[in-house]
Ligand binder design. Structure first.
Ligand code: BV8
Length: 286
C-alpha cells in the first residue's frame, strides 16, 4: 500500500464537518482512478488514438464513422481497468460507507467514471452517471449483449483496430459500450437518484473531477441551495472550485484515507482484509 506520509494536512474544520456528517454524498470523476493507473479524460490519447481527444472518440458520430477505432478504444480501456486495482481513495470511501451504514447513516456515491473500481473496493455505487464500460448493447435495437473479457494487455495500445461484433438479436446493429457518449442523454434514473442524494446530504465531497462535463457537474451544486458544506479533493483548481467551502489540494488516494481514518478512528482496511495501509495514517489524524 502506498505511503500516506506525504498527504497534505486536513484542516480541523473539515475534520469536524466529516465527523458530524450522517449522510455524505460523493461526486467522483476520473481523478479518483488516476492513482490506480487509469488515465483521466483530459490526458492525451496514445497509439491508434493519438490523433483524437477522448471527447471526439466518445461520440455516436465517431462510432458511426469508424466503429472499429472506437470499439477497440473501449476494449483497450476495459482491459486496462481490469488489470489495475482500486487505490486507497476508493478503499477509504468504501470503508466510510460501511462505517456510516453501520451507524444509521449513509454515504452515496454518484460517479462519472465508467470503471468499476468503487465497487471492486467494496463500495455500493448509487449512480453511474455516464454508464459502465463493462456493459454492452446493440446500437440499433438496444438489445443487451455480453462480450468476452478484452484480450488486450492494458499497458500496450493495440496495433490494429478490431470491428465490433454484430448484434445477434437484430443481426443489423453493431455492439457498442454501455457508456453515455457526448450528445447523448444521461440515464434519468441514475441522474435523479444522484440529485436526490445531493439534496438530502449533510456533506458533499467532490473528488477528482474537472467539473467540465454537464449536466453531471451541476449535481453537487444542488447542495448549495441548502447550505450543505461542499468539499473539493483535487490537486488542481476546477470549474467547481469557486462554489466549494473547502478545497483540499492533493491526491484523493492520499487525502481520503487520512480523512476517513480521522472520522472512523480505524486504519484503512483493504478489501483483502489486510490493514491496507502503513502506520503513517495514524500519525496524521489529529
Ligand atoms: C447531454 C462516458 C443532452 C464515455 C462521458 C452545458 C454547457 C456546455 C456543454 C454542455 C452543456 N450541456 C451539455 C453539454 C454538452 C456535453 C458537455 O458537457 N460538454 C463539455 C465537455 C463542454 N455534455 C453532454 O454531451 C452530455 N449529454 O448533454 O445530452 C441531451 C439531452 C436529451 C436528449 C439528447 C441529448 C453527456 C456527457 C457525458 C459524456 N460521457 N464519459 C467515456 O468515458 O468514454 S464524460 C467523461 O468525461 C467522463 O465520464 C467524465 O465525466 C468526463 C471527464 O471529466 P472528469 O471525470 O472530471 O475527468 P477530467 O479528466 O476532466 O479531470 C480529471 C480531474 O481529476 C482533474 O481536475 C484533475 O486535476 C483531477 N485529478 C488528477 N489526479 C487526481 C485528481 N484528483 C484527485 N486525485 C488525483 N490523484
Amino acid at each position: 500500500m502506498c505511503d500516506q506520509s506525504d498527504a497534505p494536512p486536513i484542516p480541523d474544520d473539515v475534520l469536524t464537518l466529516a465527523r458530524a456528517a450522517r449522510h455524505v454524498a460523493v461526486f467522483s470523476g476520473a481523478g479518483i482512478s488516476a492513482e490506480s493507473g487509469v488515465p483521466t479524460f483530459r490526458e492525451v490519447q496514445t497509439g491508434l488514438w493519438e490523433r483524437f481527444s477522448a471527447q471526439d472518440l466518445a461520440t455516436p458520430e465517431a462510432f458511426e464513422s469508424d466503429p472499429a477505432l472506437v470499439h477497440t478504444w473501449y476494449r483497450w480501456r476495459a482491459a486496462l481497468i481490469q488489470q489495475v486495482s482500486p487505490n486507497p481513495g476508493h478503499q477509504a470511501l468504501a470503508q466510510w460507507q460501511r462505517q456510516l451504514g453501520g451507524a444509521g447513516g449513509r454515504l452515496s456515491i454518484a460517479t462519472q467514471n465508467v470503471d468499476d473500481l468503487h465497487e471492486r473496493a467494496g463500495a455500493e455505487v448509487l449512480a453511474h452517471l455516464h454508464g459502465s464500460i463493462t456493459a454492452h448493447r446493440c446500437a440499433e435495437c438496444d438489445a443487451p449483449a455480453e462480450l468476452a473479457a478484452p484480450q488486450y494487455d492494458g499497458a500496450a495500445a493495440p496495433a490494429e483496430p478490431v470491428d465490433p461484433p454484430l448484434c445477434e438479436v437484430c443481426e443489423e446493429g453493431l455492439i457498442r459500450p454501455g457508456v453515455v457518449w457526448f450528445g447523448e442523454p444521461l440515464p434519468m434514473e441514475a441522474f435523479d437518484a444522484a440529485a436526490d442524494a445531493m439534496r438530502a446530504a449533510d456533506l458533499i465531497l467532490v473528488v477528482g473531477t474537472s467539473g467540465l462535463v454537464q449536466p453531471a457537474a451541476s449535481l453537487p451544486l444542488l447542495g448549495m441551495e441548502r447550505g450543505t458544506p461542499l468539499i473539493e479533493i483535487n490537486p488542481e483548481p476546477t470549474e467547481l472550485s469557486d462554489a466549494m467551502h473547502h478545497r483540499l489540494r492533493g491526491p484523493a488516494g492520499k487525502l481520503l484515507p487520512v480523512l476517513v481514518q480521522a472520522v472512523t478512528g480505524e486504519a484503512l482496511h483493504a478489501m483483502d482484509g489486510s490493514d491496507g495501509t502503513d502506520d503513517s495514517v495514524e500519525r496524521r489524524a489529529r
